[in-house]
Design a protein around this ligand. Structure first.
Ligand code: SF4
Ligand code: SF4
Length: 439
């Protein structure tokens, strides 16, 4: 098939393959299909109406009030800055010189845990959500047990617990406890044995696939219903030449095919050359997805995970004429949607920005003025970089995607290094939506 961009101007993009040409125009925020580039008079007529995108603007007094009193969505507790594995592409490996490194014994302790839970549960909405994160959180399993009992002391609300794990320690008492307390388990697994074990390995270089799949089988034996509803997979695709093989594996393996999957790529700074950009195997995935939807067949979990989050984002867009100024796309207010607490009790905005730009701590709470400065800086970055970009209305770039690999500030340079990936993903989404909705 081969999707190509024919023209990319400030407020529209013309794209498609040889048989279908699509126009996405910013003004009407709409998609139209043409039979060929020869339909130029109609194109010219439409493009003459395209206008300059709107300015990004935020209401700082309103955000200040929300930061002081508003509900906090999710708490992410980073309870262990260490791991029992050493994946080659890990964000804490030497590939990322500016990120934190695994440090032995930097585990969260009970006093920090209590303060973090106290702060969060005082500010959480009706349905508190707590995720345990690391490194590998299960190497500090006593803190998970402690957190559940402290939550029961502090609130009568139902708290939803989840853990992001490499799956190696999902066994014995830890597993029993997680299952009894209805934990959601996000397990990292990259595909069949030879694909997974190429990067996901122990410190001695040996692979992890056999242990993880053995643990998954055991959970299935214990409680199939729990397994299907509470276990999902985080799939990293470091080598896009393997994409079809990996998707096929998750679609066909009995122990994986009914569970949710979240495929993702490496960030540009460490990606293998073959893991960036539009790729022949992306076309096949798109075709497979479109054919399933059009023929009413069940869409496989990896294809859903690959395409549906962005399709949902696209479909909930504001597609009428926008007012003079809008919120900057995918930006959340740091600390409100999600609050990340590291083992020392420092607050950060999320897993993607978890060792620089602290936004408070368990003793002093949120640093409201620092967060407002970050929000203002990001808004001005978006205004500088994005006003001439056709993708501006649909772009989901957030502060973590603007992190500069050199000095860990948010910057125009940091955000622009992500633009090719953002645009690729938005184009794929537009193309799928075009295939599904135009006549
Ligand atoms: S399991 Fe996760 S935290 Fe551990 S080395 Fe691998 S990528 Fe890093
Ligand atoms: S972040 Fe990049 S891709 Fe997104 S709107 Fe701005 S310039 Fe375009």
């Amino acid at each position: 098939m081969g999707l190509r961009v024919f023209d990319e101007q400030s407020n529209y993009v013309l794209f498609g393959d040889d048989s279908r040409i699509f126009l996405y125009e910013n003004l009407g925020d709409s998609l139209r299909r043409f039979n060929s580039l020869e339909d130029s008079s109609e194109l010219t007529r439409i493009l003459s109406r395209v206008e300059i995108p709107v300015k990004k603007e935020v209401n700082l007094p309103e955000i200040r009030t929300l930061l002081r009193e508003g509900p906090i969505g999710q708490l992410v507790l980073d309870i262990a800055n260490d791991c029992n594995m050493r994946c080659d592409y890990c964000i804490y490996s030497d590939l990322y010189p500016n990120e934190r490194k695994f440090q032995k014994a930097l585990f969260m302790e009970e006093d920090i845990l209590r303060k973090a839970l106290h702060f969060y549960l005082n500010r959480a909405g009706a349905e508190p959500k707590i995720t345990f994160y690391g490194g590998e959180p299960l190497i500090n399993f006593p803190m998970i047990e402690k957190a559940v009992s402290v939550c029961r002391e502090l609130t009568s609300r139902d708290v939803s617990f989840s853990v992001a794990t490499n799956g190696v320690l999902l066994k014995n008492q830890a597993l029993d406890f997680l299952m009894e307390n209805d934990f959601f388990l996000l397990v990292s697994l990259d595909g069949p044995k030879e694909v997974n074990d190429r990067f996901r390995c122990f410190p001695d270089g040996s692979g992890t696939y056999d242990i993880i799949t053995h643990n998954l089988e055991r959970i299935r034996e214990l409680d199939m219903q729990y397994y299907e509803s509470n276990v999902s997979f985080n799939i990293t695709l470091p080598d896009l030449d393997k994409t079809l093989e990996v998707f096929g594996f998750f679609e066909s393996e009995e122990i994986l095919s009914r569970n949710k999957c979240f495929p993702h790529r490496l960030v540009p700074t460490i990606a293998l050359p073959s893991s960036l950009g539009w790729h022949g195997q992306s076309d096949e995935l798109i075709e497979g997805y479109v054919q399933c939807v059009q023929s009413g067949k069940t869409v496989s979990e990896p294809l859903k995970g690959e395409f549906e989050p962005l399709l949902k984002w696209f479909r909930k867009r504001q597609n009428d004429r926008l007012s003079g100024a809008t919120w900057p796309g995918g930006m959340c207010v740091p600390g409100l949607k999600k609050l990340y607490v590291d083992p020392k009790g420092e607050f950060f905005m999320c897993e993607g920005y978890n060792s620089h730009q602290a936004i408070g701590n368990v003793d002093e709470g949120l640093d409201v003025e620092k967060i407002l400065r970050l929000v203002s800086t990001f808004t001005s970055i978006k205004n500088k970089l994005c006003s001439s970009c056709w993708a501006e209305r649909l772009c989901y770039s957030c502060m973590a995607s603007a992190k500069d690999g050199l000095n860990n500030e948010i910057s125009v340079g940091g955000l622009s290094s992500f633009c090719p990936i953002l645009k690729d993903n938005i184009l794929k989404t537009l193309y799928i939506e075009g295939r599904l909705t135009t006549h």
